[in-house]
Ligand binder design. Sequence first.
Ligand SMILES: [Zn+2]
Length: 427
Amino acid sequence: MADFKILRLGSRGPQTELLQLGLTRAGFDTRADGIFGNNTLNSLTAFQRAHDLDADGIAGALTWNALTPYLTGYTVYTVRRGDSLYKIASQLGTSIFALKTANPKVDIYNLTVGSRLIVPFTYNIVPTTISFTSTVLELVMTGLAARYPFISVGSAGRSVMGKELYYLKIGSGARQVFYNASHHGNEWITTPLLLSFAEEYAAALSSGGTVFGISAARLYNTSTLYIMPMVNPDGVDLATGELDSGRFFENAKRISENYPNIPFPSGWKANIDGIDPNLQYPAGWDNAREIKFSQGYVSPAPRDYVGTAPLEAPESRAVYDFTLQHDFALTISYHTQGEVIFWQYLDFEPENALEYAQQFSRLSGYEVADVPYESSFAGYKDWFISEFFRPGYTIEAGIGINPLPISQFDKIRADNLGIITTALLPL
Ligand SMILES: [Zn+2]
């Protein structure tokens, strides 16, 4: 399960935000400010008392264990004699509908004593108000797969530090579409963007509803969507402050000391070895190398170092292999920031590529733009376009200085919902 830290009065950082979220969801309200103060302490001890834990005010393994259902958004219930679905739903604060969705193989009108039911809670699983780390990702992937059994979750490989490179799949249509996010560590806000879409889509599917005014069933039958929500989990964990000790952290810190103008760790885009994972694809990699070397990125760096060869970073290699194993009609790579849509690679012009870009622009208000020469090579989009002659996009969401604050999330989501939904359908 997730890699939880021991937190106490004075603790700070993403896991403190996660603790505060869990406590709030469990009904013990705290400010999600990432600072473990007296308010959090009071909520935590109240939670511990309510769950028959030692009320020591320290979040250790047992406390995290008790909080995990609130973070994954479901619990597991063993059916007892005399139980009915209605009774379970009302006792555990869920709906019969959610129970049916999460337990499609269970005969819910004829419950077997001793059988185990997934019991989803009523709130959304994907957090959109806290730092989104690899720990949060693992909880969310577990929760989405449990609540919505028609979502499959898998791993496309592992990061330098051995973290799973998760993907999820929704749909049964012939048209395969691929969205990825967080190639760059300090652009992690793109991860909840794609995952909150997946959750909204899944909820609409199970209720027969719509997303962005389009029937979810139609989307499902038309396309098969693959999402890789966090290509670079090590970089995300470093940039958010989740990773703050150990040899990988120390090495990254040493690398960053050669780049005093890039804030550490918040300016970190690269993988944990200091290779930029979006300058690793075999599409003009030599050109990228020449450009980035001339800018001074000649060795591992917080950003813009191309590595010693294409696909050296295991994260990029995993995305590359995953792409070759599928038949994607269209891909979108989410980055921040700038509110622009990049759609070209050199003079390759796949059919419909500009039309899609213009549609995305109309739906989002983002600008269709030409790629600046110094950024025109070795990105995922560049490789996808040149390898398959199909539309591939880099979308720079939001405006500001990376990492964009999570307070921008709702606007980014609203701006991009139309793109993310309509790209599932042919023009
Ligand atoms: Zn980026």
